[in-house]
Design a protein around this ligand. Structure first.
Ligand code: LLP
Length: 436
């Protein structure tokens, strides 16, 4: 195994005397034996340290920055508690995510409610529970917010989501800041929305929100978007007298999935975003608004590892060697959906040379169910454990029961200890909602 591969695993990853991969002091082969496979493993310290890093890098440069964890990346009660304890805020996009957060005792006042089609029921649920902020996507939503503000006698702070017309170089399915996106309003329409929101006297409009896309490994889109948004805010200030008090630049900070990726350190994003914001505001003669950032993937992605057990191995002579594992697209849809690349190691053979080029295939009935193409791996046999790093984000929340697959368990590891935070589904769970 290449030594550098360990850098893709959570911070405390190591190889023990048996040649097994260890995460947070836990032997991954033993974890697979104890809890079964496929198994999602989350390193608690890694999540906490990332939260702290975001807070210190951003607030150290600009005190009025709030870090809201984008819960769509991965949310369950244990993760919500960690985020709460670290003092972050939370971005949710549905009544369901809000319900998970509330069930973990996450304070609603620290929640941002996003979404391009929040239903009246979801909005009511948010108001009933005292959600602190709403990110309004469109004009119809503003009307609904006004009605609810009257009905409930209070208004959360409202930010209007805009598309600054900036393209982020990432997968087409996860870019969102371009004009014509289904999310938010182009600036022309946003000016009208601000005008309208200011007439709706019960609304507490405080600012703008934009999110450019995800897995962005460059700073340029953030710089461009901030420039555009501050110029726009100056125009709106001149025309409408609206003063921008809060600005969310969204999330999207990239991570290294493989040794070929070149993710940027948090400090580089913090430097660029804060310098660009403050200098653009100075130039425009505006006071610098409070900044909100919404990292998801970069907080929890690299904290996660998925463990699989090897099953059938098939070599098609001269063409390809498939190592099939007991999971696949039902627990990680990202390779099939976005052509996402991952690394992999044989968790019990870390000292053995990666002597074979194989393709790690899943067990589901789709040719696209391939987890990792052409990866160098130690020679494995049935029963060996394969570990895929950087699977903490957008794997479990996008998991399905395709082909009757029970969803894997999630285990949190910390300082040599492990505990189940989401139990594995059983066959009975597959019919628990059936009433016929
Ligand atoms: N804020 C908003 C408004 C968002 O829509 C998102 C992600 C985030 C923050 C967090 O972005 P992050 O820091 O995690 O990149 N399923 C895709 C990713 C979809 C991201 C959707 N929005 C994937 O697996 O790559």
């Amino acid at each position: 195994m290449k030594e550098e591969l360990l850098h893709l695993f959570p911070e405390g990853a190591a190889v023990n005397a048996k040649g097994h991969l260890e995460i947070a002091g836990c032997d991954t082969v033993a974890l697979a034996g104890e809890y079964g496979t496929p198994l999602y493993v989350l390193d608690e310290s890694h999540i906490r340290n990332k939260c702290r890093q975001y807070v210190s890098e951003f607030t150290g440069r600009f005190a009025d920055t709030r870090v809201a964890y984008a819960s769509k990346a991965c949310l369950n009660k244990a993760v919500a508690r960690v985020i709460r304890e670290e003092g972050l805020e939370l971005d949710v996009v549905s009544g369901g995510e809000l319900a998970i957060a509330l069930s973990a005792g996450f304070p609603a006042a620290r929640v941002y409610f996003h979404g391009n089609n929040k239903s009246p029921e979801e909005m009511r649920y948010a108001f009933e529970n005292g959600v602190g902020y709403i990110v309004a996507d469109n004009l119809m939503e503003l009307e609904l917010l006004q009605q609810l503000a009257v009905e409930f006698g209070y208004s959360p702070e409202v930010l209007i989501r805009v598309t600054p017309g900036v393209e982020a170089h990432t997968h087409q399915h996860i870019t969102t800041g371009y004009t014509g996106s289904k999310f938010g309003l182009p600036l022309g329409d946003a000016a009208g929305a601000i005008k309208k929101a200011r007439k709706l006297v019960n609304l507490k409009l405080v600012g703008l929100h934009c999110h450019l896309g995800s897995q962005i490994n460059e700073t340029r889109p953030y710089e461009e978007a901030l420039g555009v948004l501050i110029d726009f805010s100056r125009e709106v200030y001149d025309k409408e007298g609206f003063e921008l008090k809060k600005l969310s630049i969204g999330g999207g900070f990239g991570v290294n999935y493989t040794l070929q990726d070149r993710a940027l350190p948090v400090s580089v994003y913090a430097d660029t975003i804060i310098n660009t914001l403050t200098s653009a505001c100075n130039r425009a003669g505006l006071s610098t608004p409070g900044l909100i950032i919404e990292p998801g993937r970069s907080i929890i992605g690299p904290a996660g590892v998925t463990l699989y057990r090897v099953g059938m191995i098939k070599e098609i002579q001269g063409l390809i060697k498939y190592v099939t594992v007991d999971g696949g697209m039902a627990d990680n849809i990202r390779p099939a959906l976005y052509d996402a690349s991952y690394a992999a190691v044989a968790a019990g053979k870390m000292y053995e040379p990666a002597s074979e080029k194989v393709t790690i295939a899943g067990k589901y009935c789709e040719s696209g169910d391939i987890l990792v193409k052409d990866v160098s791996l130690a020679s494995v046999t049935m029963g060996d454990i394969v570990a895929i790093p950087v699977t903490g984000a957008y794997c479990l929340p996008m998991a399905s029961n395709y082909n009757g697959a029970p969803k894997p368990a999630v285990v949190m590891v910390n300082c040599g200890g492990s505990r189940v935070i989401c139990r594995r589904e059983e066959y009975s769970d597959l019919v628990r909602l059936d009433v016929g």
